[in-house]
Design a protein around this ligand. Structure first.
Ligand code: HEM
Length: 325
């Protein structure tokens, strides 16, 4: 009989203990502490005088999480520096920190440790929660839409086969999988209000006069669910993206213009690869056959109110590949 493994994509620390490296666990804890503060309404915004009194200890909590994050990143940078000094090399596949440390040798005033730490903090902060949340939504949608899950599995079997694991080079030929990712980002854009923008000068947008220093918040979530643009917008229907059918319809999960997300390509590759691997290797079912709860949590990102739990079973056709991992 096949083993039934229970996968819990929960945020609980108990789970983190079981299936993560110490570094991943430390970083996840820091991200979990910081993210809720990012989009939370803050009394300072309305009563600037409150800035002087840290009434709910928010400032302290943020400062504590930030110093833990920076200490963690400095440890990563030091470890990479030691590895490079010991002659460590991964050929062409250098880590981002290794590239920055190499640049530090020629331009030490620009590529200081502080600058490298800040850059890593920015990219890790912007790229981890968004990518993992989108993957969790995509799996939740697939569990509630078994026909789409089967269709994705069939596509991978036809394109990749079952004698090897799907690789990142396969992703461009997995058209339906990419439709699933697009449909997930339409329904659950990880940054539903993008990032706040501010006008640097008086300007006119859509016929409205916008004075300088005005904060502009774009509701991508509402745009993606606008019935004027999308047919049955609340339905999960990856097919709406097939054969370029949704081309020209307005979707901005990564923002637009000069400040558009620079991590888009990496995010799409990562989400597609994780999804493709999960779908190729396992059969999935909701726990006790009960539909996955799709309630949305609040905040700056769009987390699941109830973390995903699902039952997975290694696919018989993938047994040899999985055993040889
Ligand atoms: C599903 C995954 C992701 C989504 C939905 C997403 C979405 C966004 C959005 C909406 C913005 C603001 C754009 C605007 O206001 O016009 C943004 C900015 C940014 N993103 Fe992403 N992102 C994702 C993944 C990543 C990844 C993987 C990285 C890097 C590793 C990254 C790095 C950044 C950075 C550095 C910015 C700020 C850019 C700037 O201010 O100029 N993002 N992202």
């Amino acid at each position: 009989m096949e083993t039934i493994a229970q996968t819990k994509a929960t945020r609980s620390e108990a789970d983190a203990d079981t299936d993560m490296s110490v570094e991943a666990q430390e970083f996840k804890e820091v991200v979990d502490k910081l993210i809720p503060h990012l989009g939370a309404a803050n009394m300072w915004d309305y009563l600037p005088v409150m800035r002087w009194f840290d009434v709910f200890g928010v400032r302290n909590k943020i400062l504590h999480a930030v110093s833990r994050r920076d200490a963690f990143l400095r440890r990563l940078i030091d470890a990479e520096r030691r590895r490079l000094a010991d002659g460590g090399s991964d050929g062409d596949k250098k880590s981002m920190i290794a590239v920055l440390l190499t640049l530090q040798k020629t331009e030490p005033k620009v590529y200081t440790d502080t600058m490298i730490t800040a850059l890593c903090a920015n990219l890790f902060g912007a790229g981890t929660e968004t990518t993992s949340t989108t993957t969790e939504w995509a799996m939740s949608l697939l569990l509630n839409h078994p026909a789409a899950l089967k269709k994705a599995q069939a596509e991978i079997d036809a394109s990749v086969g079952t004698s090897r694991l799907v690789s990142v080079d396969d992703v461009p030929s997995l058209a339906y999988l990419q439709c699933i990712v697009s449909e997930t980002l339409r329904l659950y854009p990880a940054a539903p209000l993008l990032l706040p923008h501010e006008s640097s000068a008086d300007c006119k947008v859509g016929g409205y006069n916008v004075p300088a220093d005005t904060m502009l918040i774009v509701n991508a979530y509402a745009i993606h669910r606008d019935p004027a643009a999308w047919e049955n917008p609340l339905e999960f229907r990856p097919e709406r993206f097939e054969d370029g059918k949704a081309d020209g319809l307005f979707m901005i999960p990564f923002g637009m213009g000069r400040r558009r997300c620079p991590g888009e390509t990496l995010a799409l590759r990562t989400i597609s690869m994780v999804l493709a691997t999960l779908v190729q290797c396992f059969d999935w079912e909701p726990v006790d056959g009960v539909k996955v709860d799709m309630t949305e949590g609040g905040g700056f990102t769009i987390p699941k109110a109830v973390p995903l739990e699902a039952v997975c079973r290694p696919r018989a056709v993938m047994r040899d590949v999985l055993q040889n991992l």
